[in-house]
Ligand binder design. Structure first.
Ligand SMILES: [Zn+2]
Length: 247
């Protein structure tokens, strides 16, 4: 990791790597991954038509994320292509980050699709395609915190706990007992449409009728991109996650 210290977070990959999987590019990407503890499955990425420039960008986003959440270092251990046909990217409970549409589209198209979703308020304001990767790392954070507390990785209870504590914080309440799913929902929907997305395949958690882990992931994406200028609920969620990482 230290050997990459001279590079800014976003300056290195996108334009200089290009879209050809040359031997030189393969080595650069493989080495960069190794530096940050990620096994890059070149065969999987190449077979699925994932671009090298966006592969490099994703790795740089992971490294930038580790600078923001130092206690989260190591939450990603492998990079492959996803089988999910319509996913931009995905995060597995075993620490594998999967690239899909995110890595197949050229940067201009990816940007235009993202802007379209942004205009529909589907993603947090003032984010761009980097937030796609940071959203997935939000899932990895949840999995990590769940494992820390319960001994095995999963989604659900930790996200609910984080959201409840963050709601308590922004409402300046002293007791979590007065937090209701409705109160949490009202804040969660200020982050983005996807933050309160009701999935048919993932109906929610406990008393929450939406996928609360998507709220957490959207908030982390927002915070990673906008820091303290993110939505106040995103900031509260990120701060709660950091507190839990420390404990
Ligand atoms: Zn997600």
């Amino acid at each position: 990791m230290g050997s990459r210290g001279g590079h800014s977070h976003f300056g290195y990959g996108n334009r200089s790597i290009g879209n050809q999987w040359t031997d030189d590019v393969k080595k650069k990407i493989k080495d960069y991954g190794k530096d940050i503890g990620i096994y890059v499955s070149l065969g999987s990425l190449m077979a699925s038509g994932i671009r090298p420039d966006l592969t490099m960008s994703a790795l740089q986003d992971v490294e930038a994320f580790y600078h923001m959440f130092p206690k989260a270092q190591g939450i990603v251990n492998k990079l492959v292509a996803t089988d999910l046909p319509n996913a931009y990217a995905a995060m597995c409970v075993n620490g594998t980050l999967e690239l899909g549409l995110y890595g197949k589209l050229d940067l201009q198209t990816l940007n235009s699709y993202y802007k379209h979703d942004l205009q529909a308020k589907f993603h947090p304001a003032n984010t761009d395609y980097h937030a796609i990767i940071w959203h997935e790392l939000g899932h990895a954070l949840e999995v990590h915190l769940h494992e820390k507390k319960y001994g095995y990785p999963d989604f659900g209870p930790i996200a609910a706990e984080v959201l409840e504590n963050a709601t308590m914080k922004v409402m300046e309440l002293v007791s979590v007992n007065s937090i209701t799913p409705k109160k949490v929902f009202n804040y969660a929907k200020t982050i983005s449409g996807y933050a309160v997305h009701k999935k048919t395949d993932a109906p929610g958690y406990g008393a929450y009728d939406w996928a609360v882990w998507e709220t957490l992931a959207e908030a982390i994406g927002d915070y990673a991109q906008n820091k303290k200028k993110a939505h106040k609920f995103s900031v509260a969620i990120a701060e709660e996650v950091m507190r839990m990482l420390d404990n």
